[in-house]
Design a protein around this ligand. Structure first.
Ligand code: ADP
Ligand code: ASP
Ligand code: MG
Length: 424
């Protein structure tokens, strides 16, 4: 008998019919002799609906008091779906009990809307499991040291599930979603994308951080830190397929690199639409420039991603970087008001419609010419590269958002990732 954690995403919990299906699947696992903990997301669309109501009432929001209420509000989505799942399980004849984050409790820091889990108390959950119940724990939320409800950022139920699995030392966490595993790229954008049987933890971490929203990045970090075995699989298979068969389906996140030796140099293509580019033009090329520009940006809590500084001409240079689209206006205003006059730079210009496309693969470490294959494929499609950033196992380029899909498809083909007859 093993302790298993299941996580079901919004689409998987999207209607009472789907919730009944989840209940039947979980009951099947429990009846196969496993202790079951289930972490559901809110029903699909619910988190957006709730946050939409808040912005109808207060479109501008910079106050911590406002973010506190957003978390109070958004956390209810998972409370509802968890209770519904417990009800559905009881209707299947299986004892079940649901808990919110604060009831467990799941302790987090106080960063409303993007809180980090600090610890999870397992006593209450263990007692219920020992009493023979299926335990359902709301995804996406916890409680801060002052007793305020917090949420973990969009897509945060993945992180809740992995953190719960780590705290309970579960044998495995199964992330059930609306695709049947991790693909070489988003299968909704590239229909020729292939499902990967395994993906290394490091590659998954890069893919998640570079925009593949199939797993929230924090969940992958947790899995790595606590070595939690983790699998991504479909909740849309018939609920009554054989448990053993189901347990081997989808994509396993692996911690051994050896398995990958034979594999492709590039394992996947990730992309992120939501970025914006800002350039400060005519900056005097003196020491400390990067700090004078990015210091105030960091102080305003704006995260910077790709950065480039051009070579100088006549003692002046241009300095460009990307931020998320949500921070674009604020960053431009801040630079125009504070940095431009102080530095004597000539102008701040920007483009809020750019995207970042990245190739990811641990095989890139030992292969040369990977980046040039990438640049050739993009040039053949006349896609202009605005910025480049590299690390050991990834190369990212910033391009105009309107070329995003074209670029992802071209790269998918160029690196031999397209589905063929044999591997379809
Ligand atoms: P859930 O509600 O189950 O958490 P998400 O919408 O958060 O589901 O994540 C699943 C979606 O992630 C898929 O529907 C797919 O469009 C998208 N996705 C992006 N990149 C990938 C990838 N590399 N492999 C699989 N799915 C991906
Ligand atoms: N319901 C939350 C969201 O929509 C958390 C999740 O689904 O993982 O972001
Ligand atoms: Mg998700």
């Amino acid at each position: 008998m093993a302790l298993i954690v299941h996580k079901y995403g919004g689409t998987s919990m999207g209607s009472t019919e789907r919730i009944r299906n989840v209940a039947k699947r979980v009951a099947k696992w429990a009846r196969a002799g496993h202790q079951m903990v289930v972490v559901p997301s809110a029903m699909s669309g619910e988190t957006n609906r709730l946050l939409g109501l808040a912005s109808e009432l207060a479109p501008s929001h910079a106050q911590s008091a406002y973010y506190r209420e957003l978390d109070m509000l958004a956390a209810t989505g998972e409370q509802a779906s968890s209770a519904l799942l417990a009800i559905a399980l009881q209707a299947e004849g299986l004892p079940a009990i649901s808990f919110t984050g604060w009831q467990v409790p799941v302790h987090t820091n106080s960063s409303y809307t993007k809180a980090r889990i600090e610890s999870i108390d397992d006593k209450r959950v263990r007692a219920e499991l020992d009493a023979g119940r299926v335990v359902i724990i709301t995804g996406f939320q916890g409680i801060d040291p002052n007793g305020h409800i917090t949420t973990l950022g969009r897509g945060g139920s993945d992180t809740s599930a992995v953190a719960v699995a780590a705290a309970l030392k579960a044998a495995e966490v199964l992330i059930y979603t609306d695709v049947d595993g991790v693909y070489t790229t988003d299968p909704r954008v590239v229909p020729a994308a292939k499902r990967l049987n395994t993906v290394s933890f490091e590659e998954m971490l890069e893919m998640a951080s570079l925009g593949s929203k199939v797993l929230q990045i924090r969940s992958v970090e947790f899995a790595g830190k606590y070595k939690v075995p983790m699998r991504v699989l479909s909740s849309f298979t018939p609920w009554d397929i054989d448990v053993e068969e189901e347990a081997r389906s989808g994509t396993l996140i692996t911690f051994e690199e050896d398995e990958k030796m034979e594999k492709a140099v590039v394992s996947g293509i990730a992309f992120n639409r939501g970025e914006a580019k800002i350039s400060v033009l005519g900056v005097p090329d003196t020491p400390g420039i990067a700090y004078s520009i990015l210091g105030p940006v960091a102080e305003a809590n704006i995260e910077v991603d790709v950065i480039i500084q051009n070579i100088s001409k006549d003692g002046k240079t241009d300095f460009s970087f990307t931020v998320s689209q949500g921070d674009y206006q604020r960053a431009v205003e801040l630079l125009r008001e504070k940095v431009l006059p102080a530095l004597g730079a000539s102008e701040v210009v920007g483009n809020p419609n750019i995207a970042k496309v990245s190739i990811v693969g641990i095989g890139m470490r030992s292969h040369v010419g990977v980046a040039s294959t990438m640049f050739r494929a993009l040039s053949q499609e006349s896609v202009n590269i605005q910025m480049i950033s590299t690390s050991e196992i990834k190369t990212s380029v910033v391009i105009d958002e309107k070329y995003l899909e074209l670029a992802v498809r071209a790269l998918h083909t160029a690196f031999g990732l397209d589905k063929t007859e044999e591997n379809a």
